[in-house]
Design a protein around this ligand. Sequence first.
Ligand code: AMP
Length: 194
Amino acid sequence: MAHPIRSVAVFCGSRTGHDPAHHAAAAALGRGLARAGLTLVYGGGSIGLMGAVADAALAEGGRVHGVIPDFLTRIERPHGGFSRLEITDSMHARKARMFALADAFVVLSGGLGTLDETLEILTSRQLGLHAKPILLLDAGGWAKPLARLIESVIGMGFAAPEHRRLFALVPDVPSVLALLGVLETEAAATEARL
Ligand code: AMP
């Protein structure tokens, strides 16, 4: 059953990147989610853009739900101020929990881990395993090359033209927040199959 979005998983880098636009977008997103009363679900770390989103959400009194695998707690250092922190026994379990907890996904700038998480939710939506909105935020021009790559595989005949509708490329944080306010989510019964 479709319903309004109440929780948002944010995928983003464990580094901040060179361009300050990425950090600014992470902080603005964290603040905006908290002000909108949306729960932030994220990878639980205190470093990089991940830490910036959580810091900003917590500073605004937002609800933050971190999910981190045990072996990463020494590297990504769990944030101290969470509403809730879950420690999983594997990366796969972390991804599954973040997926289950989220009504929608926002992808911020990041590295290979962020790309991995993004492709997994895109491909699971492609397979019809969920109908949760996926917003790619183009902070500092991060998302355009990914959108171009997807366009290129469609052009080459490796994906269907309708797969363009699996995600939205969004230019800035206010537009992300506006979309989260109007889009609906569908926690399909198929979730259990993921
Ligand atoms: P990165 O974008 O590489 O900085 O990573 C962002 C987040 O993705 C970090 O929390 C990483 O631990 C996580 N990550 C890295 N590799 C993977 C993977 N294979 N599957 C899921 N998450 C990952």
